[in-house]
Design a binder for this molecule. Structure first.
Ligand SMILES: Cc1cc2nc3c(=O)[nH]c(=O)nc-3n(C[C@H](O)[C@H](O)[C@H](O)COP(=O)(O)O)c2cc1C
Ligand code: SF4
Length: 413
């Protein structure tokens, strides 16, 4: 029987999330204390060696991002760390679980990362509807300030740091790192053009490290137990653990933290209790709306960034939405495209015009004005054009579900 392996959820249910003493009693803030006694380059090296890949979706090396930000603009007096807690991807609710149940773990990860890159100011950009998370994070910050864990010369070191919470206003696009920067600066949530990357030119033009909640909450355990221990978990290219959030037609929807390399079959049938009402598995959407449809041929593929890529699929944020036999791929695709249209900021033409156009193709298919094969080809043509010409990753996203429909469900869509 497959078991969960909890790192970012290790304290869940074991401590009172509102008690800093509880967190300290289970070894909390020890990794941060150890960190400020070491050279920041040692911390970055440990993180690079751990091969931890960002859990916000893109899977970029967390250690390398720290290295780039630390090395950018050596004469800059100000650098920033930002925790991306916007969690807007449909089907994704892992960051909320961490923030509600172990806010200090995320905070400790932030403090370690801030020290590594030399940031004296850190922000948590949090989804405005996450009332409980916001409350718990604010309480955690106040308690850490009272104990001198956040503030001037922490643990008697030369390092001083401040942490502040900023609320998002419900825009999916504002979770995208460059748009997030605009929003944090108090501007309209329009994306910036990349490059320059935030490591070079981030918040207020200063070097900035942006990491996801789950990424940051993994750091204290890596510093405590070492990168060798971390790489002994998971797969070669995707080491460690991942929180998967499983929803849809399963008996036990929820969050499950396991080693990378677990298969979709194990996640669905062993951890999530199998398909509801004894029905057969039909499809799953991996990675959220900006994700991919897969059929049963992917059930035994190890879950990892590269293993799924080889199958034309994405791991993304770790969201898994399960569809049993009888569910409609048309309805699911339509609702994904509606979501994208609603969240498009309208700044660039290919996405502003392209999103309604995709829905128009769906409408024509529904009304039998065009056939199934023609519709799929048109959707593919249009979304490929959008992927090539849109300004930001949101307009480049519809190609993901559409291409995977063509790959796995051409005869059924
Ligand atoms: C439209 C869009 C929305 C995004 N929303 C989030 C989000 O809510 N939370 C998040 O951590 N990353 C989100 N991302 C990814 C971020 O741009 C960025 O890659 C991530 O915060 C980096 O952190 P990581 O390296 O720890 O994964 C989004 C990306 C796009 C394109
Ligand atoms: S791709 Fe879409 S969301 Fe991105 S800038 Fe263009 S209109 Fe805005």
């Amino acid at each position: 029987m497959i078991q969960e392996k909890r790192i970012t959820l290790k304290n869940l249910g074991k401590i009172n999330p509102e008690s800093i003493d509880d967190y300290i009693n289970v070894g909390g803030y020890k990794a941060f204390e150890k960190t400020v006694g070491r050279h920041h380059i040692e911390i970055i090296d440990e993180m690079v060696k751990s091969s931890l890949r960002g859990r916000g979706g893109a899977g970029f090396s967390a250690g390398l991002k720290e290295k780039f930000t630390s090395e950018a603009c050596l004469r800059c007096e100000q650098k920033y760390l930002i925790c991306n807690a916007d969690e807007g991807e449909p089907g994704t609710f892992k960051d909320r679980i961490i923030m509600e149940n172990d806010p200090h773990l995320m905070l400790e990860g932030m403090l370690i990362a801030a020290y590594a890159i030399g940031a004296s100011k850190a922000y948590i950009y949090i989804r405005g509807e996450y009332y409980k998370s916001i409350d718990r994070i604010n309480k955690a910050i106040s308690a850490a300030k009272e104990k001198g864990i956040i503030g001037k010369n922490v643990f008697g070191s030369a390092f001083s740091v401040d942490v502040e919470v900023k609320l998002g206003a419900g825009s999916y696009l504002c979770g995208e790192e460059l748009t997030l920067l605009e929003s944090l600066e108090g501007k309209r949530g329009y994306p910036r053009i990349k490059p320059p990357y935030p490591a070079e030119y981030g918040l207020y033009g200063k070097p900035t490290l942006i990491n996801n909640v789950e990424t940051l909450a993994t750091i204290p355990t890596i510093i405590e137990k070492g990168s060798d221990w971390y790489t002994s978990l998971g797969t070669e290219n995707s080491p460690g653990t991942k929180i998967f959030t499983i929803s849809g037609d399963v008996n036990k929807p929820g969050y499950y933290e396991t080693e990378m390399g677990i298969t979709l079959r194990e996640l669905i049938y062993e951890l999530a209790g199998g398909i509801k009402d004894g029905k057969a598995f039909y499809a799953a959407i991996l990675g959220g709306a900006a994700g991919t449809f897969v059929n049963e041929s992917v059930l035994d593929t190890p879950m990892g960034f590269d293993t799924l890529k080889e199958k034309g699929a994405v791991l993304g944020s770790g969201a898994i939405m399960v569809m049993s036999e009888g569910r409609s791929l048309f309805d699911m695709t339509n609702s994904i495209l509606e979501f994208f249209k609603h969240e498009s900021c309208g700044k660039c033409v290919p996405c502003r015009i392209g999103m309604p156009q995709l829905l128009h193709i769906m409408e024509n298919l529904k009304n039998n004005k065009i056939g199934r094969i023609e519709a799929l080809d048109l959707l593919l043509y249009e979304s490929e054009f959008m992927a090539k010409s849109s300004l930001c990753p949101l307009g480049q996203s519809p190609i993901l579900p559409i291409k995977s429909l063509k790959q796995y469900f051409e005869n059924e869509f």
